[in-house]
Design a protein around this ligand. Structure first.
Ligand code: HEC
Ligand code: HEC
Length: 215
């Protein structure tokens, strides 16, 4: 019995580490399912989200992300991740758990069809952020952000989100969460590995840089 407990204890961390970061797998069926989401139904359901995310998906609360114009596949994946605990947040797990897969696809269709948030370009220059976005960092083997997130922060199929115009405070919070690992729903640890290599100062600058990018 003692031996069994010990073995279990030793195996547990490995089992946890091997847990997939997300239950969403981008099969052709899953992609078609999300593509077929019904925006009219999504609009109805979105009444439950407007209090925090803004009626048309443009949030005015600093820690709450805008959803307007975001990739539907990305929105869908996040809702599924919150629902099964792959992404953990006390504000979102309640709303997400009450949604069916169909609801999530309908909401994704609705919010992705809304015009994205535009923030006027600030006169500030974000030198180190711009360098990370366009060149990355050779010393740290960091690829440029734009390789995945696009030259205008517009995101990329399937699950690389748009960052352009997103609230800086939210971007900073979520990058820090990737850095510490408290957000760990990125498939293949793509964002955790990157955020780990960034300094807090760079993260702050990157947040404001992307808030001021127009898609
Ligand atoms: C009580 C406020 C609140 C309500 C209601 C709420 N949200 Fe959220 N939502 C948040 C906050 C705060 C976050 C950021 C949480 C985090 O850092 O993980 C978030 C994150 C998200 C994200 C992740 C966005 C990203 O860029 O990664 C999606 C998608 C989302 N919410 C969709 C919805 C939908 C759809 C509804 C309605 C069914 C909803 N939310 C209702 C507060 C709320
Ligand atoms: C190898 C591709 C890749 C590179 C390079 C990359 N990202 Fe990402 N990023 C992703 C993916 C994929 C996700 C979505 C993770 C998930 O499924 O939750 C993501 C998510 C994010 C998010 C969360 C957005 C939200 O709405 O919650 C932020 C912020 C972010 N990346 C910023 C950056 C920055 C800044 C850089 C450059 C320093 C960067 N990324 C480089 C692939 C990449």
């Amino acid at each position: 019995m003692k031996k069994l407990i010990l073995t279990t204890a030793l195996l547990l961390p490995t089992a946890l580490a091997a847990q997939p970061s997300s239950q969403v797998a981008w099969t052709a069926d899953e992609l078609n399912f999300v593509k077929a989401g019904n925006p009219q139904k999504g609009q109805e359901l979105a009444k439950n989200c407007g209090g925090c995310h803004g009626e048309s998906g443009i949030s005015t609360m600093p820690g709450t992300p805008s959803l307007a114009g975001q990739l539907p596949t990305y929105l869908y994946k996040q809702l599924r991740d919150y629902a099964d605990g792959s992404r953990d947040n006390p504000m979102m797990s309640g709303p997400a758990k009450s949604l069916s897969k169909q609801d999530a696809a309908d909401l994704a269709a609705w919010f992705s069809s809304r015009p994205p948030a535009f923030k006027s370009r600030s006169p500030m220059v974000y030198e180190q952020a711009e360098k990370l976005v366009t060149q990355g960092s050779n010393d740290r083997i960091l690829p440029p952000c734009e390789v995945c997130h696009g030259g205008n922060g517009q995101g990329q199929e399937m699950d690389t989100p748009a960052l352009a115009g997103q609230n800086a405070e939210y971007l900073v919070t979520t990058l820090k969460a990737f850095k510490t690992g408290s957000r760990h729903n990125d498939i293949y640890s793509r964002m955790r590995l990157i955020a780990e290599a960034l300094s807090e100062d760079e993260i702050n600058e990157l947040g404001f840089f992307y808030q001021n990018v127009n898609k």
